[in-house]
Design a protein. Structure first.
Length: 513
């Protein structure tokens, strides 16, 4: 994979989105620290650089700054937002605090139609702004190529050095033509071809896996989720029977989950699959446990034990494969209160067996989730697997408040199946991040027919999110909510009330625990 664009991360919440947009143009891109030395960039030989946005002001004392040498590498550079201020700072322009923060939609008018950035785009279109400081004098060698109501310098360019800057964010959905700008930058200005495809990635990853593991054996913990499933399919294609997948049934799975995994991986793909039914062990240990953190600890510890037992049975394996994704490995520096990097460590259940003495194989670690799904399709995995919503490692235990029992699990499985079925039937399932049922084992009074009931409540949760860090509840249509509640109350014995969770994250979390 030789052609690539490097994105220097100055702390914008959108940095990963830029990387994804570039990859959608079939050009590989990686995110690097903002202060990466110019010599290191030179050694990587990228086709171009992007300076991301960021929350700081270039004049702030602790402003994150790049190595000034990056402007002398002869590479095309696109500065986005804060990136534009950096041009001004290093190449002789002027930035001043704006009187008010320019935030929200604006209309961009292209004043220099010959500019490569705007080829095949309309003369005016909507853009998304989010910046405080503004450029008041152009850096040397630059000219303005587009303006908005509030800014003469909404887009600037030094065509000779192939430097361009955008005050607005081309990567977000609120700039609907933004992808066209990014496409023009990578193909026209940086001269990249369309070399990044999942088919090509699969071929190269397979070669890399073979080179790494040789004739050794590899073990993989298969959860049935997208990441471990795609990793399994890729490894299986690379090394066949040298791979053993271990699937632990912890008794906390959704309906039919274990069957689907056995059917797809065992029967269809004919992988060596060690199916370990440890549900009794998990449920016994969870007996009487109410505290959410204790539940998690018990589940985590039991999983390690069971998994270790299975790895011993699988014989001498030198490697452990994991479906680690790119967002887990980006080396980010928290800048200006962007705490994203620190929140999620507790979710990485995949990291559990680290103390075992394996070498890691992580064939997905430069991919984003949507790329993993495309790769999965390329490798022949069914949609039921590759288009799955995320499901937490501790399973339904985090969706049953209070004690986890067999009866409660049964009840939640039924309600959850109804939610999945209806969400799929109406097309909502694939449009959103997650949708599921939560069991609140608190009794309330109801009437059904002529009878008084005294039963549990199901909460329905549906959230929209990019990465699980923040989330908003989904405004599901009332007829769908009505059908969900109607079916759950009618079909799930033991439930007489349904509520819909309208909490966003923060302040709520996605799971109730
Ligand atoms: P919360 O509840 O923290 O969840 O807002 C954020 C996202 O992470 C998922 N989640 C987990 N995933 N192991 C996982 O693999 C876990 O222990 C775990 N806990 C929460 C959750 O479903 C949501 O998508």
């Amino acid at each position: 994979m030789n052609e690539q664009i490097l994105i220097l991360d100055f702390g914008s919440q959108y940095t990963q989105v830029i990387a994804r947009r570039i990859r959608e143009c079939n050009v590989y891109s990686t995110i690097v620290r903002h202060d990466i030395p110019a010599a290191e960039i030179d050694a990587l030989a990228p086709s171009g650089l992007i300076l991301s946005g960021g929350p700081a002001s270039v004049y702030a004392e602790d402003a994150p700054l790049p190595d000034p040498g990056i402007f002398k590498l002869g590479l095309p550079i696109l500065g986005v937002c804060y990136g534009v201020q950096l041009f001004a700072q290093f190449l002789g322009g002027k930035v001043e605090p704006g009187l008010k923060r320019e935030y929200g939609k604006g209309t961009l008018r292209v004043t220099s139609p010959a500019c490569q950035l705007f080829q095949k785009l309309p003369g005016a279109f909507q853009v998304w702004n989010s910046h405080g400081d503004r450029l008041t004098r152009l850096p040397r060698g630059f000219v303005a190529v587009a303006k908005t109501e509030n800014s003469e310098y909404a887009a600037i360019e030094d065509a000779q050095r192939r430097f361009c800057g955008l005050q607005f964010h081309p990567e977000v959905a609120h700039t609907p033509r933004g992808k066209g700008i990014i496409r023009n930058f990578v193909h026209r200005i940086c001269g990249c071809g369309r070399t990044w495809t999942m088919r090509r990635y699969a071929d190269e990853a397979i070669d890399a896996i073979r080179a790494q593991v040789g004739s050794e054996r590899v073990i993989l913990g298969l959860s049935g989720g997208v990441d471990s499933s795609v990793a399994a399919a890729l490894l299986h294609r690379a090394i066949g029977d040298q791979l053993t997948c271990i699937f632990v049934n912890n008794g906390l799975l959704r309906a039919r989950e274990a069957e689907v995994v056995r059917e797809v991986f065992g029967r269809n793909f004919r992988m060596k699959l060690d199916y370990v039914d440890a549900s009794a062990q998990f449920l016994t240990r969870l007996k009487g446990v109410v505290d959410p953190e204790r539940k998690r600890k018990i589940i985590g510890r039991t999983f390690i034990e069971v998994f270790q037992g299975a790895t011993r049975r699988a014989g001498q394996a030198r490697f452990l494969a994991q479906g680690t994704l790119y967002p887990d490995v980006i080396e980010s520096v928290p800048i200006g209160g962007n705490p994203a990097a620190t929140i999620k460590s507790h979710h990485n259940v995949g990291g559990l067996p680290r103390k075992m003495k394996f070498q890691l194989v992580e064939p997905l670690k430069c991919l984003f989730k949507d790329e993993v799904r495309r790769l999965g399709k390329e490798l022949g995995l069914p949609e039921e697997i590759v288009l799955r919503q995320p499901f937490p490692g501790p399973g339904l235990a985090v969706r049953i408040l209070g004690e986890v029992t067999r009866q409660r699990l049964e009840l939640l499985r039924k309600a959850d199946s109804i939610v999945i079925e209806e969400m799929k039937r109406t097309g909502w399932y694939h449009r959103i991040w997650q949708s599921f049922a939560v069991l609140l084992p608190v009794r309330s009074v109801g009437v059904m027919g002529d009878e008084r009931t005294y039963d549990f409540t199901i909460a329905i949760r549906a959230v929209e999110s990019q990465d699980g860090m923040t989330a908003d509840w989904v405004r599901l249509p009332h007829p769908l909510l009505e059908r969900l509640a109607g079916r759950i109350i009618n079909e799930v014995k033991g439930v007489n009330r349904c509520v819909f969770d309208i909490t966003s994250k923060p302040p709520g979390t996605i799971e109730w625990e």
